[in-house]
Write a protein of this length. Structure first.
Length: 299
């Protein structure tokens, strides 16, 4: 049974930490992970000071933090519902400790950049058979998705986009599906690497209903000519008000997409092409693939 901290207990711990560290409470990010799937690693990566309320739900969170490279961060470790003396050390020194019962973790690193970085470098992702989209293009995709922190989105064949979307919609759900086995393995590895617990991987789009998952507001589809029409049809059966963003490098899809959308009562509201060229180490311009993105909304 999950531990339940009351609001007053969490505020008492916040006041205790704020006084102990001589820092204003407004500068501390509070995260309650008890009985909840929370993106702990992503939150630590974007906050200088984070107060975490934990229980057995994330028993190995300290090991995960050490594995992610946070071993030198300052850690204050306490137990119980009421504020009490906390053990102070480097996070790495506690990496073998498993969380049991009501536990409070305060993690601090003054050098952390408190910002969400769109378009993470491809080197950050797991190597494998996947050829990731250029990080500059990924930042544009994230901008077009316009995700809220509690949003629900469905992403089709979009491995690296899944990770960044899960970090932005950290209180929502990102539903991901992959048709290629190699891409699926890479996505599963990245989900584990980045500790994004709000990702639901499904084998087929239809699984959203059969597994009683939340209804997505927006769908991002890396389109292939074999599946794009059936994908749109299936997604509209799940949510008739679904917003679509279709990504493609295929001219035949670009030529047909307005017809396909109109057939199912969706209006293409914007068509854009993204082109990025930059120099390599030899100062030679290298062009990246220039995808098309088509935004569609039900009429």
């Amino acid at each position: 049974m999950a531990v339940e901290f009351t609001s007053s207990q969490m505020l008492d711990w916040m006041g205790y930490i704020a006084e102990k560290r001589s820092v204003s409470p407004e500068k501390i990010k509070m995260l309650n992970t008890c009985g909840k799937r929370r993106n702990i690693l992503a939150t630590i990566a974007t906050h200088k000071r984070i107060l975490i309320f934990a229980d057995e739900t994330h028993a190995n969170v300290l090991y995960k933090c050490w594995e992610a490279g946070y071993g030198e961060y300052d850690l204050y470790y306490g137990q119980g519902f009421e504020p009490s003396e906390m053990k102070q050390c480097k996070l790495g020194e506690m990496s073998d400790v498993e969380i049991e019962g009501p536990t409070v973790l305060y993690i601090e690193n003054e050098n952390t950049r408190e910002s969400m970085i769109f378009g993470m470098k491809n080197d950050n992702f797991a190597a494998g058979t996947v050829k990731y989209v250029g990080h500059e293009i990924r930042s544009v995709i994230m901008n077009k998705l316009e995700l809220d922190i509690s949003d629900v989105a469905l992403l089709v064949s979009a491995e690296s986009i899944v990770i960044e979307a899960a970090m932005v919609a950290y209180e929502g759900v990102i539903i991901a599906t992959e048709r290629d086995a190699g891409s699926l393995r890479a996505m599963e590895e990245n989900v584990n690497k980045f500790g994004v617990h709000n990702v639901e991987i499904v084998e087929h789009i239809e699984d959203v209903r059969t597994k009683n998952l939340p209804i997505p507001r927006v769908a991002f589809i890396v389109a292939t000519s074999d599946h794009i029409e059936s994908d749109i049809k299936k997604l509209l059966e799940i949510n008739p008000a679904m917003k679509f963003i279709v990504y493609t490098l295929e001219l035949n899809i670009l030529a047909d997409i307005k017809y396909i959308m109109n057939k199912y009562g969706v209006k293409a509201t914007e068509v854009m092409q993204i082109s990025v060229s930059k120099t390599n180490k030899d100062s030679v311009f290298v062009a990246q693939p220039s995808p098309w993105m088509i935004t569609g909304e039900p009429i």
